[in-house]
Design a protein around this ligand. Structure first.
Ligand code: SIN
Ligand code: CO
Length: 410
């Protein structure tokens, strides 16, 4: 047995820019992302032993790999107020929301507790690198990487999620039980959403490097078997149609501000004397119908920019710090030739055709060609190195740099 002090943190690699979508991946047990999406995504669970082969390889070489982030580091992160954290205890169930002082978190030797930390990709390079492996799924679907740290017996209870999740075992072992049960009723009077009647259909013990994929609504129950058990969950989001339409519609309504012609008042020189004065005038309906048609307000293309802007909004907790000593535009342009400009870890960038949206704003609007091209590169490659950019003080690229949305690689 390898002595504990020899364990070293696993260093996940950044995924290559062009992911090989139809080649076998160890991450999916030897099937390609193409096949994974066809056979499993949103359809059925998949257990992958040795999804991260580095863990088993290290053991074969008499070494011991551990999570890229130590338990101590996670406990420290839980004290930050810009990180969403939760502490869940079992027997009896209790729930607290962070931030937590070190003292508030049980020691690793204690049982029946788990600490959950959301959005870890913004706070640790290793978490961001693991997320890069999943960029064969649209960025708009990705939510975040959550890390759970637990003492023996720790877990969040039997439950179901409404989203797809990849559960990667990173330290210690965790037992997972899952069920396709239809009965998803929850126990009343508990501070957590725990299934009233959970009947396990499959059970596995996951070792570091193993991964379990679960589509939405599969009942599951994970119990930590070792002190300091860490599970990294890559989670996805799928907004409701209500949310998408409401967000799209109000942004569309706001965009009407930019059409001066709409200030013109409704006029009705053709209005006839009417016996039904209480009715909305037909003439108004006629002119409004024409306007809606003219402005293409009944067409999907008019909604999509607002929806893309919405989906590119950062998480509520996101904080951006601009550079302490900002470069002026000409130095900024020069630096772009030698240093990579990256989205800050909490920045979200999404594209709609050639338009690019960053943290809720349209970055391509009224911009010079080189700037829109730069945003397209940032959106697809999550990085930009170029000698050709001539940003001015007003360019959206430079403004985003000043806001701390984009940062130079250090
Ligand atoms: C955990 O890591 O303990 C919980 C993850 C989940 O069940 O979604
Ligand atoms: Co879950």
């Amino acid at each position: 047995m390898t002595p504990f002090y020899l364990s070293k943190p696993y260093e996940p690699p950044q995924a290559p820019q062009n992911l090989p979508l139809n080649e076998p991946w160890a991450l999916f047990g030897g099937i390609s992302p193409d096949s994974f999406m066809k056979q499993y995504w949103h359809k059925k669970p998949l257990l992958i032993r040795g999804a991260i082969p580095a863990f088993a390889l290290a053991t074969q070489n008499g070494e011991c790999l551990d999570s890229p982030i130590s338990a101590d580091e996670l406990v420290k992160l839980a004290s930050k107020d810009n990180i969403e954290s939760r502490l869940i205890k079992a027997k009896p169930w209790s729930f607290d929301a962070g931030p937590f002082s070190k003292k508030a978190i049980p020691s690793l030797g204690k049982s029946n507790w788990t600490l959950l930390l959301q959005g870890m990709e913004a706070h640790h390079q290793a978490a961001a690198k693991i997320l890069s492996w999943f960029r064969f799924i649209p960025d708009a679907r990705l939510d975040d990487l959550m890390i759970s740290l637990a003492g023996i017996g720790g877990g969040v209870g039997p439950h179901f999620d409404s989203y797809d999740v990849f559960l990667i075992q990173m330290s210690g072992r965790r037992q997972w039980q899952i069920s396709k049960q239809k009965d998803l009723s929850l126990s009343p009077n508990l501070p957590l959403k725990i299934l009233q009647r959970f009947k396990a259909e499959h059970e596995w013990v996951l070792e570091p490097g193993d991964m379990l994929y679960l589509p939405p609504h599969i009942a599951h129950y994970g119990i930590a078997l070792d002190p300091g058990c860490q599970t990294w969950s890559v989670g996805f989001r799928s907004p409701s149609f209500k949310e998408l339409l409401q967000e799209g519609l109000w942004r569309l309504a706001e965009s009407l501000e930019e059409i001066p012609e709409l200030e013109r008042k409704f006029s009705d020189p053709l209005q006839k004397a009417t016996a039904n004065a209480e009715q909305l005038p037909e003439e108004l309906v006629k002119q409004l119908t024409l306007k809606l048609h003219e402005l293409k307000l009944n067409q999907i293309d008019r909604f999509l920019p607002g929806i893309t802007a919405y989906l590119s909004e950062p998480k509520q907790q996101a904080l951006f710090d601009g550079p302490i000593k900002p470069l002026n535009p000409s130095r900024f342009n020069k630096q772009l030739g030698s240093k990579k400009l990256l989205p800050s870890p909490q920045t979200r960038i999404l594209s709609l055709g050639n338009e690019v949206f960053c943290n809720g704003e349209n970055m391509s609007k009224d911009q010079a060609k080189d700037i829109t091209q730069a945003w397209r590169t940032l959106s697809s490659q999550k990085g930009l190195l170029s000698q050709k950019i001539q940003a001015t003080a007003q360019s959206s690229l430079y403004v985003a740099y000043l806001a701390g949305w984009l940062v130079f690689e250090t």
